[in-house]
Design a protein around this ligand. Structure first.
Ligand code: R5P
Length: 300
C-alpha cells in the first residue's frame, strides 16, 4: 500500500521531493494549541493498515518533540501498521557524555523516548562524536544518510582551487568523505571548547597550499563559534575569505551575522533545516534512505 507521508515541520521543498521520490500519498494533520498551551491533533487521512511516515527536522526540539510523539501515538491508535520517522536533522546528539557531575546523557534519553514511539528512524549525518553509531543509543532500526557526495559536488562546481578544512577532530569523518568524493586535499585543526560560546582552534599549516580557497566544512553551525574561531585563524594568511559549508544550519541567536562579521565568505548549508544559506539539496540520498526502510518493512 502507498505510504502516507506527513510534514510535521521540515523544509517544504525537501518534503515535496521526498513525497514525489517515494511516490507517497501526502497526508494532512490538523494541529493547533488549546488555550492552555496543550497540543490538539487530528489526522485527516485513514491510517488503517498504512505505513505512516512523519517527517520532522528536529531543530527547536523541545517544542517540536511532544507534538511529534503525540502524532506517532495517534497514527498507531488509528491503525497504522508501522510508524517511521524521517528527521533530516536529529537533535540531542551532542550531550553524548556526562561531562560534569550531576549531568545526564541527553542523547541517550532522547533516543529512548523517540524509540518508544517509532518503528524506525532515518536521518542525515547525525552528530556522532563519542558515539560510533546510532545503534548504540537507538534500539529501533536507523538509517544514516550522508551528505558528503552532495557537498563534494557543490564545492567542485563552485569553488576555485579549494582546500577543505575541518575545524576539529570529530569533523574529520565528514571532511574526509567530502575530500574522497571530490578528490581534494584536506586539513583537520584542533579545537578546544571552553564554554557554549567559547571556542579556540589551532593554527593551520597552509603554506603547503598556496593560492587555495579555504573551505571550512562542519556538520553543524549552531552558535557559529567553531567556524568563527577557524576563520580568525585563517585571517592574515592572504587567502580569499573562507567558504563555510555545514550540513545542518541551526544558526542559533546571532550566528549568521557574527559569521559574516568575522569575515566568512559564502556560507552554505543543506536543506535539512530551512535557512537562507540553503544551497545543498539532500533530497536524493534522503529519499533512497527512506525507500530502503519502507522496503524492509513491507511498506512498498
Ligand atoms: C561539534 O563538535 C560540532 O561538530 C560542531 O563543530 C559544533 O556543534 C558547532 O557548534 P557552534 O556553531 O556552536 O560552535
Amino acid at each position: 500500500m502507498t505510504p502516507l507521508l506527513l510534514d510535521l515541520g521540515t523544509h517544504p521543498q525537501l518534503f515535496e521531493s521526498l513525497a514525489a521520490g517515494l511516490n507517497a500519498e501526502v497526508g494532512h494533520l490538523n494541529q493547533r494549541r488549546f488555550p492552555d498551551g496543550e497540543t490538539y491533533l487530528r489526522f485527516d487521512d485513514d491510517c488503517r493498515g498504512r505505513h505512516v511516515v512523519l517527517v520532522c527536522s528536529l531543530n527547536r526540539p523541545d517544542e517540536k518533540t511532544l507534538p511529534l510523539l503525540l502524532a506517532a501515538a495517534t497514527a498507531r491508535d488509528l491503525g497504522a501498521v508501522e510508524v517511521g520517522l524521517v528527521a533530516p536533522y536529529l537533535a540531542y546528539m551532542r550531550q553524548d557524555h556526562q561531562f560534569n557531575p550531576g549531568e545526564g546523557i541527553s542523547a541517550r534519553y532522547y533516543a529512548r523516548i523517540l524509540s518508544e514511539h517509532f518503528d524506525w528512524l532515518v536521518t542525515v549525518d547525525p552528530h556522532l562524536h563519542r558515539l560510533q553509531a546510532l545503534e548504540q543509543i537507538y534500539p529501533i532500526p536507523t538509517g544514516v544518510v550522508q551528505s558528503a557526495p552532495v557537498i563534494a559536488q557543490w564545492v567542485s562546481a563552485q569553488v576555485e582551487n579549494p582546500l577543505l578544512i575541518g575545524p576539529d577532530a570529530e569533523s574529520e569523518q565528514w571532511v574526509a568523505e567530502v575530500a574522497r568524493h571530490a578528490r581534494l586535499p584536506f586539513l583537520i585543526l584542533e579545537k578546544v571548547r571552553t564554554g557554549d560560546r567559547q571556542v579556540r582552534v589551532s593554527a593551520p599549516e597552509l603554506a603547503r597550499y598556496p593560492g587555495c580557497t579555504p573551505v571550512v566544512v562542519d556538520d553543524i553551525v549552531s552558535t557559529g563559534r567553531t567556524l568563527i574561531a577557524t576563520i580568525e585563524h585563517l585571517a592574515g594568511q592572504e587567502l580569499p575569505a573562507p567558504v563555510c559549508v555545514a550540513v545542518h544550519g541551526v544558526f542559533a541567536e546571532d550566528a549568521w551575522d557574527a559569521l559574516h562579521a568575522a569575515g566568512a565568505g559564502r556560507v552554505v548549508c543543506s536543506n535539512t533545516l530551512v535557512h537562507e544559506s540553503n544551497a545543498l539539496d539532500v533530497s536524493v540520498p534522503l529519499t533512497a534512505g527512506v525507500a530502503e526502510k519502507l522496503a524492509r518493512g513491507g511498506g512498498w
